[in-house]
Design a protein around this ligand. Structure first.
Ligand code: GLV
Length: 366
């Protein structure tokens, strides 16, 4: 089998079959270009927009020994838009993308002769993909549901505990040396056990979150399009949104981002909540009107918030939300456990392979 080397800007790096990024000094890499490439004749062209674990990439090579595999080599920096556009216009058959890559009609139009057949995202959320545009271009879309459900629900529970019990302020006091003597009322938070937890959106993750709070003897309220059998079975009450906002001690959106849910948590919603309410969001930042949240936290309209998602991501360190002691922000790590991210890697590879083989995807959004 013949392998070619590719010239990237001024650097030329030959990757033999099986050679991994680990074996190559990072200083060799031109910082702004795709590096990890193997090219042989006639195989499908695949773009992977972030460095994935090697065994998952090997699955693609096993399925298509002649694959032309382009992997953006950075782990923490998204592929620049211009490079993404360039790759799509060069005629890729399949893309594995991340939630940081906007896959819209403008991008898809650049695929010559509608060559692109499958877009496989390494995320459960797919609001970064224009599904209608994919439908129009006959492109299958896959995501990675289920495997991240429990991991994300763990994070929601952890963030709730951290927010209610003021971990951020507590950790700061230790690190900054403002920890004085034990004091009867210092850093008192609110209890999570026996709280009324309101979950908006009661899909897989919403239900997994509910199960965790049941272990804390909480009462579960939920709001979703319709009443769910799973809710009934676990003793959760299906309520309208206003009731949920009014009665819950902890409010947790677990809904998809759509035009219906965008900015759903606005000042109107915060005013309906209890002044003691805790707001926890690990779904999508866009379901919250962030300015309204800032005001609500600053003016004590609600008590505290814990966010794993926000707008923009990354949130600049100078953002006003970060100046509030009653707000904890995490850098979108809901599904970030080693084993879950590994499973997601294999899953998005399986979706890609099926799409390239013209089959329906094991986890198909469209
Ligand atoms: O936010 C994470 C995901 O959608 O997988």
């Amino acid at each position: 089998m013949r392998h070619h080397s590719l010239l990237f800007q001024s650097s030329c790096i030959l990757f033999n079959k099986g050679k991994t990024l680990k074996n190559v000094k990072r200083s060799c890499f031109p910082s702004n270009y795709l590096l990890y490439c193997q090219k042989t004749a006639d195989g499908p062209k695949v773009l992977v927009t972030r460095k994935l674990i090697e065994p998952a990439l090997q699955e693609i090579k096993k399925a298509f020994p002649n694959v032309h595999l382009d992997v953006w080599p950075e782990e923490t920096t998204p592929i620049p838009r211009t490079v993404l556009q360039e790759k799509v216009s060069s005629g890729v058959d399949g893309i594995i993308c991340m939630l940081t890559d906007k896959i819209n009609g403008d991008l898809l139009k650049q695929s010559p002769q509608n060559k692109l057949k499958v877009v496989s995202t390494m995320s459960v959320g797919f609001n970064h993909i224009d599904i209608e545009a994919c439908r129009n271009h006959n492109i299958k879309v896959g995501n990675t549901p289920d495997v991240l459900t429990e991991t994300t629900a763990d994070l929601v529970l952890g963030l709730t505990l951290a927010t209610s019990r003021r971990f951020r302020e507590a950790i700061r006091s230790v690190e900054e040396g403002t920890w004085g003597s034990w004091s009867p009322y210092w850093l008192c938070g609110v209890d999570v056990h026996h709280a009324k937890v309101g979950i908006v959106g009661f899909g897989r993750i919403g239900q997994a979150v509910a199960r965790r709070f049941l272990g804390f003897d909480c009462t579960i309220l939920y709001n979703s399009r319709s009443e769910k059998e799973e809710g009934r079975k676990m003793g959760a009450s299906f309520v309208d949104l206003d009731t949920l906002l009014r009665e819950s001690d902890i409010v947790i959106p677990q809904c998809l981002l759509s035009e219906e849910t965008r900015n759903m948590f606005n000042m109107d919603a915060f005013r309906k909540m209890k002044p003691t309410a805790i707001f926890i969001n690990a779904s999508r930042g866009e379901v919250v009107d962030q300015e309204a949240l800032y005001q609500a936290l600053k003016e004590g309209i609600i008590r505290a918030a814990g966010l794993d998602v926000c707008v923009p991501e990354p949130l600049p360190p100078s953002h006003p939300l970060l100046s509030l002691p009653n707000c904890i922000v995490l850098p979108h790590i809901g599904s970030a456990s080693v084993s879950t991210r590994e499973k997601m890697s294999y899953m998005c590879v399986q979706n890609l392979i099926a799409g390239l083989q013209g089959q329906s995807l094991p986890f198909q959004v469209l």
